[in-house]
Design a protein around this ligand. Structure first.
Ligand code: PLP
Length: 383
């Protein structure tokens, strides 16, 4: 990829945001040219409405959800909030959220003024379903129906969660399962209904669409609350004129999105080269997204790695996508009991335009960056 300053760089931070697909860019431009407010009854309004509804169909198809159950939002964060707030409005008084949820789930749950319990994960970052089963068996009906949030794939490690099994437990307890599939859509097949999700969130910018648009689908057992009052858009669930260009771009990205299985062999080859240098792959024994590598180097701080790679034109991140820029140990890795390694991990993630050469360039750059760091500050670089 060529940056604005003309330097060639390798972008390996697709879990933070994917590069926009050409089809999505063209669709955004087209929507801007069409103009019109989807609520207007005249021709321009009808044209805008047609774009929104076509996109709704594409987004629904990506996650095997009927178009009528797709609510467009401003992104994954708002889609998660809509699910959690709806459960609380419906009477949930105690929320169970997995320890590795994105802050848009964890922090939103904690802001509801109801009790929150954390579903633990094992050392590979997989949710402990035995814990969940015991907890649901002992559920006090005074807490309302159980609400459980379990993401489909983790943004930092790529570890895929046993969501369908969790859904069976939640359903047996007559509860509500919310699935954050923001990192999964476009990377693995996501069938919201087969998974047993009552609500499931996705985000356009993780699949090659524009930033600032997402969606929530809801099943027959979930009742959605009204998140924003206003003009009654999105069937009254979210007032406000629709983000027509964003939604149209989202639809185009959904329609062209493909899984990323080709990345697995390239990612694994890169991992082997790093393991030979003493690095540790996080969640290696669990099923993972093919595009994601979370790797820790004992004694080599994450921020030093990210900066060293950046100097070489390779972009990766330390910790969670949305906390890139803040330098602190990863809460996800801490929940996995990875202790000191949590502050020495980087996340490398590929996407639809990533090649085998990009993965190799990343490892070459990492080896040089570590050598340079060792020369500057031998004590600060372990392994
Ligand atoms: N959920 C997960 C797992 C994410 O990785 C992210 C973004 O990094 C979000 C939710 C938030 O999505 P958005 O940036 O569209 O608000």
């Amino acid at each position: 990829m060529t940056l604005r300053d003309g330097k060639t760089s390798v972008y390996m931070d697709w879990n933070a945001t994917a590069l926009v697909r050409p089809e999505a860019r063209a669709a955004v431009t087209h929507a801007l040219e069409v103009g019109g407010n989807p609520s207007s009854v005249h021709a321009a309004g009808r044209a805008a409405r047609a774009l929104v509804e076509e996109a709704r169909g594409h987004v629904g198809a990506l996650i095997a959800a009927p178009a009528s159950t797709i609510v467009f939002t401003s992104g994954g964060t708002e889609a998660n909030a809509l699910a959690i707030e709806s459960a609380v409005v419906a009477g949930a008084r105690r929320l169970i959220v997995s320890a590795i949820e994105h802050p848009s789930v964890l922090d939103t749950a904690n802001a509801q003024g109801v009790a929150v319990e954390v579903l633990p994960v094992d050392a590979n970052g997989v949710a402990d379903l035995a814990w969940l089963k015991d907890r649901l068996t002992a559920w006090d009906p005074a807490d309302g129906k159980p609400f459980v949030a379990l993401m489909l794939a983790n943004n930092e490690t790529g570890v895929i969660q046993p969501v369908a099994e969790a859904a069976e437990l939640v359903r047996a307890a007559d509860g509500w399962l919310h699935v954050d599939a923001v990192q999964s859509a476009g990377k693995i097949a996501v069938n919201s209904r087969a998974l047993g999700a009552d609500t499931l969130s996705i985000s356009a910018h993780k699949i090659g669409g524009p930033q600032g648009v997402g969606a929530l689908t809801f099943g027959p057992r979930a009742t959605l609350a009204r998140r924003q009052h206003g003009g009654g858009q999105e069937r009254g669930r979210r007032g406000g004129t629709e983000n027509v260009p964003g939604i149209t771009g989202f639809g185009a990205a959904a329609a062209t999105s493909d899984d990323l299985h080709n990345q697995a062999a390239w990612r694994d080859a890169a991992a082997e080269r790093l393991k030979a240098e003493g690095c540790v792959v996080m969640g290696e024994a669990a099923p993972r997204l093919a595009n994601t590598l979370c790797v820790a180097t004992p004694g080599y701080a994450s921020d030093l790695q990210v900066m060293g790679l950046d100097l070489a034109g390779v972009m990766v991140s330390a910790g969670a996508a949305c906390s890139s820029g803040k330098v602190k140990g990863s809460a996800v890795l801490a929940a996995m009991g990875q202790g000191d390694l949590a502050a020495c991990a980087i996340r490398v993630s590929g996407g639809w335009a990533t090649t085998e050469a990009d993965w190799n360039t990343f490892v070459d750059a990492w080896l040089s960056a570590r050598q340079a760091a060792r020369r500057r500050q031998p004590a600060a670089v372990g392994a």
